[in-house]
Design a binder for this molecule. Structure first.
Ligand code: MN
Length: 231
């Protein structure tokens, strides 16, 4: 029991870092919607030319890559969404349109698990997306790679295999809102701090997981993210 608190403080959600013994403690998870035009189209939507938009996942929705999890509860149609993840390691004192990238620690491969049936219902009823997006194990992220080891974000391939079949395949340069623009925009609304993360949206090809599914997400230059769904 931790002194002064009525129950044990939950352990801090954290991610492994490639080539580093230390863990990256996760604070907040911001997610970008509709950041690849072909994905926006497959969902029956359009890219907003004005600005990116966001939803959030609790840090307690984090799932480290390599896990085997149960099929999520409350859904009959849970989808995978492969994403490039940005991990913030520096403070941004003020909205910092120019210097925002200096706060980036590194990058990772992520899968935004989505209860599509609940998200679609929420969209229809003009309700928030929380039930569809923010649930246990819904933010699956592999080990982080420091930005200096990754280099510039350019046309690296981002792919997802579902049971061995390539279902998502795009380039990071296909993002409607590049990472520096997301960082600059988001920092105008939140004081970004070390431990904050951004899931930058998914390319086309999203689809349902099943009991027994094996997901393997890869981005050139990063550690892959792996996930198994129990039978
Ligand atoms: Mn997503």
């Amino acid at each position: 029991m931790t002194d002064g608190y009525m129950f044990d403080i939950p352990s801090v959600p954290a991610l492994r870092i490639a080539g580093d013994e230390r863990l990256f403690p996760v604070r907040r998870i911001f997610c970008v919607g509709r950041n690849y035009a072909e994905h926006a189209a497959e969902m029956g939507g359009e890219v907003d030319p004005e600005a990116p938009f966001y939803f959030t996942k609790s840090a307690f929705s984090l799932c480290s890559g390599g896990a085997e999890i149960s099929y999520p509860s409350g859904t009959e149609n849970c989808h995978y969404e492969m994403e490039f993840v940005v991990a913030i390691g520096g403070k941004l004192e003020e909205p910092a349109a120019s210097g925002a990238m200096n706060a980036v620690f590194g990058y990772g491969c992520g899968i935004d698990l989505t209860r599509r049936d609940l998200q679609s219902d929420a969209k229809e009823k003009r309700r928030p997306w929380d039930l569809g997006k923010d649930f246990e194990n819904s933010a699956v992220v592999g080990p982080l790679t420091p930005a200096r080891g990754f280099g510039e974000i350019a046309n690296q391939r981002i792919t997802l295999r579902h049971n061995g079949e390539v279902v998502q395949n795009a380039a990071l340069s296909d993002m409607v809102w590049p990472v520096p623009e997301i960082m600059a925009h988001l920092s105008g609304f939140y004081r970004l701090m070390p431990g904050d993360m951004i899931m930058t949206g998914t390319p086309a090809g999203v689809g349902p997981i099943r009991r027994g599914s094996v997901l393997e997400g890869a981005i050139d230059g990063l550690e892959p993210v792996l996930l198994k769904i129990k039978q």
